[in-house]
Design a protein around this ligand. Structure first.
Ligand SMILES: Nc1nc2c(ncn2[C@@H]2O[C@H](COP(=O)(O)OP(=O)(O)O)[C@@H](O)[C@H]2O)c(=O)[nH]1
Ligand SMILES: [Mg+2]
Length: 256
C-alpha cells in the first residue's frame, strides 16, 4: 500500500531487500521498509508529480486555460454538475474535460454526449489522478484561449488532496446527503480546495442536513474557502458558480 494515499498503485514497494531472514517468524511486518526510506520514496513520488504539474501549469498559462480539479466522494454530483455547466457555457468559450475513474468510460461518454471533448483516464486500483496522467490527456484534448479544462478526479475525499495536477484551483463538491461533518473528517481536502460546492440543495427539505454548521466546519479548517450552494439538478445557484469561474479566469489573465 502507498503510504501517501494508501492506493496501492505506486510500484515503489516492490522492495529489493535481501532474503537472509526466515518468513516463518512472527514480527509486526516482515517487509516493512525503514521510516527514512519510506519518507524518501514519498518525497520522490511527490517531486516527480510536482514536475509534471509544473509543466501542465505552464501549458495552461500558455493556452490561457483555466484548469479546475473537481474532487469529492463518489456520487456527490460532479459529472451532473459538469453536464449542467457545459450546457450553460457551451458556445461561449472553449471547454474540455478530463474524466478520472478507476474503471469504465461512462462519465466521458456523458460529457461527449454534450458535444464537448472528453478524455477518460482509468486509474485501475489508483484512487487519484496524478499530473502525469493529465499530461497524457492533454495530448488528445484541444485547449482553447480563454477556455476551461474541467478535471473530474477519482471519487474520494482523501487521496486527491495531496496531488497537484497543475490546476488553478481544486473545487470540492459536497452533497447535502453526505452529512455536514465531512469538512471536519476530511480536513486535508477542504484545506486544499479553494471552493466548496454544496450540491443537491433541492433535497434539503427532506433531510436534517445543517447547512450553517457545514459551512462553519469548512471555514474552521480553511477560513478562506469559498462556498456556493447549488442544485445541479434544478439549476438553482448555477449563476454563482458560473460567476466564480469567470472571476477565476480574470485572475488567470492578471497572473499571466
Ligand atoms: N437530487 C439531486 N440529485 C443529484 C444532483 N446532482 C447529482 N445528482 C444525482 O446524484 C447521482 C450521482 O451523480 P454523479 O454526477 O454521477 O456524481 P459523481 O460520482 O460525483 O460524478 C446521480 O443519480 C445524479 O442524478 C442534485 O443537484 N440534486
Ligand atoms: Mg462522475
Amino acid at each position: 500500500m502507498c503510504s501517501i494515499c494508501g492506493c496501492g498503485e505506486h510500484k515503489h514497494h516492490d522492495h529489493d531487500h535481501d532474503h537472509d531472514h526466515h518468513h516463518d517468524h512472527a514480527h509486526p511486518h516482515p517487509h516493512a521498509p525503514d521510516q527514512g526510506r519510506l519518507l524518501r520514496i514519498e518525497q520522490d513520488i511527490l517531486s516527480e508529480n510536482n514536475r509534471w504539474a509544473a509543466l501542465n501549469r505552464k501549458t495552461f498559462q500558455e493556452q490561457a486555460t483555466l484548469a479546475l480539479n473537481l474532487v469529492s466522494s463518489p456520487g456527490s454530483g460532479k459529472t451532473t454538475l459538469l453536464v449542467k455547466t457545459i450546457g450553460m457555457l457551451k458556445g461561449k468559450m472553449p471547454l474540455a474535460v478530463v474524466e478520472g475513474d478507476q474503471q469504465t468510460a461512462l462519465d466521458a461518454q456523458r460529457i461527449e454526449a454534450t458535444g464537448i471533448p472528453a478524455h477518460q483516464v482509468n486509474t485501475g486500483k489508483g484512487c487519484h489522478l496524478d499530473a502525469h496522467m493529465v499530461r497524457h490527456a492533454l495530448e488528445t484534448l484541444p485547449l482553447g484561449e480563454g477556455g476551461v479544462l474541467f478535471i473530474e478526479n477519482v471519487g474520494n475525499l482523501v487521496c486527491p488532496a495531496g496531488f497537484d495536477l497543475g490546476e488553478a484551483a481544486k473545487v470540492a463538491v459536497l452533497s447535502v446527503t453526505e452529512g455536514e461533518d465531512k469538512p471536519l473528517k476530511y480536513p486535508d481536502m477542504f484545506r486544499a480546495a479553494s471552493l466548496m460546492i454544496l450540491n443537491k440543495i433541492d433535497l434539503l427539505p427532506h433531510l436534517d442536513f445543517d447547512v450553517d454548521a457545514c459551512i462553519g466546519y469548512a471555514k474552521r479548517v480553511h477560513p478562506n474557502i469559498g462556498v456556493i450552494k447549488l442544485s445541479a439538478r434544478t439549476g438553482e445557484g448555477m449563476e454563482a458558480w458560473l460567476a466564480w469561474i469567470q472571476a477565476q479566469q480574470a485572475l488567470l489573465r492578471v497572473a499571466g
